[in-house]
Design a protein around this ligand. Structure first.
Ligand SMILES: [Zn+2]
Length: 185
């Protein structure tokens, strides 16, 4: 989900305009907004999503979304359901996407995914079972934790932090960010 940029107010259908808007702390900034009368302001709040560094039988599982080109692998990610606890969401996503049962979750950190205006809540999870890919994944690969090469954006930064926490040295994957990327799988 990207930053919504409506031309018309989703509440009253009048055209939106750039207006000086005072936020709750009294700071004034330019926002797309409707009339004072309506009060709608397009704040552009980021959308949260979860990401999982999946450990299975001592190895890390990375997945390739069916929409991505060959050779691009990343974390299993997904949006939260309404009112869902992020830990439950990450357990559910790993089950849906990989068919694995998570029995341990450890928060790694929260990372901005600027291009999609999302905040990724990233966990290291330990899972058991047999891998069965969900519809949205084309393939997966396994690698030893020490062989991971993190990428410099969103979920890749979580991989880097997790490796640092384990005392694992790494080299960045310097390939340019995936253009057709849709990190929600
Ligand atoms: Zn309006």
């Amino acid at each position: 989900m990207s930053l919504e940029t409506f031309s018309y107010c989703p509440r009253c259908a009048r055209p939106l305009a750039d207006r000086a808007i005072k936020d709750i702390e009294g700071l004034v900034s330019q926002r797309r907004a409707c009339t004072d009368e309506c009060g709608y302001v397009q704040w552009g709040n980021p959308v949260p999503a979860v990401g999982a560094i999946v450990e299975h039988e001592g190895e890390i599982i990375l997945a390739r979304n069916a929409a991505w080109p060959e050779g691009f692998f990343a974390l299993v990610t997904g949006y939260l359901e309404a009112r869902e606890d992020p830990r439950r969401a990450v357990v559910r996503e790993v089950k849906e996407e990989l068919g694995l049962d998570v029995f341990e979750t450890n928060l790694v950190g929260n990372y901005i995914f600027e291009r999609k205006n999302e905040v990724m809540l990233c966990y290291h999870v330990v899972a058991r079972g047999t891998v069965t890919l969900g519809n949205e994944l084309a393939e997966y690969r396994r690698c030893k934790p020490a062989e991971l090469r993190p990428w410099k954006r969103a979920t890749g930064l979580a991989v880097a932090d997790w490796m640092r926490s384990r005392g694992l040295a790494f080299e960045w994957d310097e390939r340019p960010a995936l253009r057709a990327e849709n990190e929600r799988t």
